[in-house]
Design a protein around this ligand. Structure first.
Ligand code: MG
Length: 387
């Protein structure tokens, strides 16, 4: 997480309340740990804040029995603290955990709102520049009734009514004092703040910022998240011919062989195919375009420079690499004994888990140029996902 270059002096924390049991949504685990569009609900919610450039500190308040669920958050450097028996107690535990970092502002958010658009965070932070508190809400557009035994008993004026959302933002010191003074059992932090006399500005919420409460809400949230998700596939193909030498470099691993591969770099045909697959998924040319063979500075260059460039380019455009699959086509050398090392090396270079990387090999049944052992071919596929 970086600090916002526009407001270097203001330190901002987010507090995610994830200690509830969420039984209304069904399922054996609490709703925040249930799967949603390929991750857990909590993973989406935490990423909303972890990816926001203005948020410096992140604290996740979880139920004590859910300690195993938060290891990835702790590993990522976020504060994780057990909550209390009530929502108020959990928020107080999270605020106490922030005491050491003393943020200027804190945004308190329900973990069950995983589709929070970053614009809503921006609006809350914008209002906090002049207000002691700020929270998103939506106006009520449907008519409101009071019902009695299935019959409309009265109509309710909807003017000035809002549907409250989170994150609710406050000056840190002010909300700590407000919680300390509150008797408990508040519906949300705005209620706590108002009881302490704080002004809370209303900013525009978003229909996408829905709260997962019941089982059908998962489908709505999944639809919203998938709509924003950009999944890209790229392929790469490369060939290098054999020449003089006593080894070949394939997927970053040097393999002893009676001949070497020729090329203007280290001729790592597998790594080149993977690199081109990533450029392909980005629809941004190929290795030859980014590193022209005519440029002498790339002569004999280690191919990891190309791969790392492609990986950095993907990250800079907001994509993460979901998986890579590479097939080497040759009769010799035998790839099998080296495949695990190649997979590990490729994963390391791309910052991936080895389980996301496949390196396999085939012969071409002694047919064609690979069959005649004139060279080695490689083809690769890469999947990129944003956000
Ligand atoms: Mg090549």
């Amino acid at each position: 997480m970086r600090s916002d270059p526009q407001t270097p002096s203001v330190s901002i924390a987010a507090l995610i309340v994830a200690a509830g049991r969420g039984t209304r949504a069904g399922g054996v685990v609490a709703k925040q740990w249930q799967p949603l569009a390929g991750q857990r609900v909590a993973d989406w919610t935490v990423a909303r804040f972890a990816d926001h450039p203005a948020i410096e500190h992140l604290v996740i308040v979880h139920a004590a029995e859910d300690a195993a669920q938060i290891s990835a958050f702790a590993d990522a450097g976020h504060l994780c603290v057990p909550g209390g028996a009530t929502r108020d107690a959990s928020v107080r535990a999270g605020l106490a955990a922030l005491e050491a970092v003393q943020p200027d502002l804190v945004l308190i958010h329900d973990v069950a709102r995983p589709c929070l658009p970053s614009e809503v965070i921006d609006r809350v932070l914008g209002a906090l520049q002049i207000s002691e508190g700020a929270a998103p809400a939506l106006t009520v557009t449907d008519a409101l009734w009071r019902g009695l035994e299935g019959v409309v008993a009265d109509t309710q004026d909807r003017a000035a009514l809002y549907r409250a959302q989170t994150p609710q933002g406050f000056r840190y010191d002010a909300i700590v004092a407000a919680h300390a003074a509150h008797p408990g059992d508040a519906a949300d932090d705005v209620e706590v703040a108002r009881a302490a006399g704080l002004d809370v500005a209303i900013v525009e919420g978003d229909e996408a910022n829905l709260k997962i409460t019941r089982a059908p809400d998962f489908a709505r949230a999944e639809q919203l998240l998938r709509r924003k998700m950009d999944i890209r596939l790229g392929n790469g193909f490369d060939v290098h011919r054999f020449g003089e030498g006593d080894h070949v470099v394939l997927c970053g691993i040097s393999v002893p062989h009676g001949r070497g591969l020729q090329g203007h770099s280290d001729a790592d045909v597998g790594m080149h195919a993977v690199t081109d697959a990533i450029y392909g998924a980005l629809a941004d040319g190929d290795i030859g375009q980014h590193f022209p063979p005519s440029d002498p500075q790339w002569k004999g260059a280690a191919s990891h420079i190309f791969l790392e460039h492609a990986v950095d380019l993907a990250a800079a455009r907001g994509y993460r690499i979901a998986n890579v699959d590479c097939t080497l086509i040759c009769e010799h050398p035998k790839i099998g004994p080296h495949a695990a090392d190649m997979k590990a090396r490729m994963a390391q270079l791309m910052g991936l888990d080895p389980a996301q990387v496949s390196v396999k090999a085939t012969t071409s049944e002694r047919l064609g140029f690979t069959g005649r052992e004139e060279g080695i071919a490689a083809l690769a596929t890469a999947t990129l996902i944003a956000p």
